[in-house]
Design a protein around this ligand. Structure first.
Ligand SMILES: Nc1nc2c(ncn2[C@@H]2O[C@H](COP(=O)(O)OP(=O)(O)OP(=O)(O)O)[C@@H](O)[C@H]2O)c(=O)[nH]1
Ligand SMILES: [Mg+2]
Length: 242
């Protein structure tokens, strides 16, 4: 039974999946890794099957439906069902550096419920991110931070370590948003569940190959969601006991 489960959602990542998985397995060999593929037309699912066949620590879930949020949630539930105490979520496109994971896991092991690999704290190293994205990401994060009363600098990073003990207290089915808004919603719900959050500086390289699936539409949807939540009184603070 693995203590750590790494969840890697994939959609059309044939060019980067093998390297990403290889680096993750090398960096944290005691963890199991599960690829959640949604029928990628480019053959990512078949590649995932080959990787799983060659390595007992690599698993695959093929899904009929499509969606980042539901893929990640399926991975979280799979991890919990297998008895993991920590769930790592990361991308397959090679933007995040597997070498940062041991540090994130060490912070998680010290008792932090959500450890965020942060691109925007002292010591992080962000490369190849265009000015537009950099500015939008920083502004969007500042807006969400102010509106939702959280001190987290990088609410939209998708490199994270969750402790399953906090996930058990989060109503995952109640989260309706996807992409960046999903990352923000998860941080808010962890805080509301009384969970602790810490950020660890990471290296980040904007994707060089493969197509982006999250762009302008998601950025706008995220601002809309944050505004709606804020007006509805949502805050990243523990819910007062009744
Ligand atoms: N299973 C599954 N995975 C997805 C889906 N959409 C995106 N992903 C994966 O989720 C991860 C993050 O998606 P990205 O496209 O890298 O999103 P991003 O990092 O915000 O944007 P770019 O790096 O610019 O593309 C990648 O591993 C994708 O393959 C989906 O619908 N289903
Ligand atoms: Mg990416």
């Amino acid at each position: 039974m693995p203590d750590v489960m790494i969840v890697v959602p994939t959609y059309d990542e044939i060019e980067t999946l093998e390297r990403t998985v290889g680096r993750l397995r090398q960096s944290v060999p005691h963890a199991e890794l599960v690829i959640i593929d949604d029928g990628s037309p480019d053959g990512t699912g078949e590649l995932a099957d080959r990787l799983a066949k060659a390595d007992a620590g690599t698993l695959v879930i093929h899904r009929e439906e499509r969606g980042y949020r539901s893929a990640v949630i399926e991975g979280m539930r799979f991890a919990m069902a297998r008895g993991a105490t920590k769930v790592v979520v990361t991308d397959a496109d090679g933007s995040y550096d597997a070498d940062d994971l041991p540090e994130l896991l060490a912070v998680s092991a010290s008792g932090v419920d959500l450890v965020i690999g942060s691109r925007f704290v002292e010591g992080s190293d962000v490369r190849n991110m265009g000015l537009r994205r950099r500015v939008l990401s920083r502004l969007g994060n500042a807006y969400a931070r102010g509106m939702l009363a959280t001190g987290v600098q990088d609410l939209t990073s998708s490199l994270r370590v969750y402790r399953t003990r906090v996930l058990e207290h989060v109503d995952l089915d109640a989260i309706q948003v996807d992409a960046y808004a999903f990352q923000i919603a998860m941080a808010v719900r962890v805080a509301q569940a009384g969970g602790t959050i810490a950020e660890v500086p990471i290296g980040f390289i904007e994707r060089a190959v493969g197509a982006s699936k999250m762009r302008l539409a998601e950025e706008l949807a995220t601002l809309g969601a944050v505004t709606k939540w804020s007006l509805a009184g949502v805050r990243a603070l523990p819910k007062a006991p009744r």
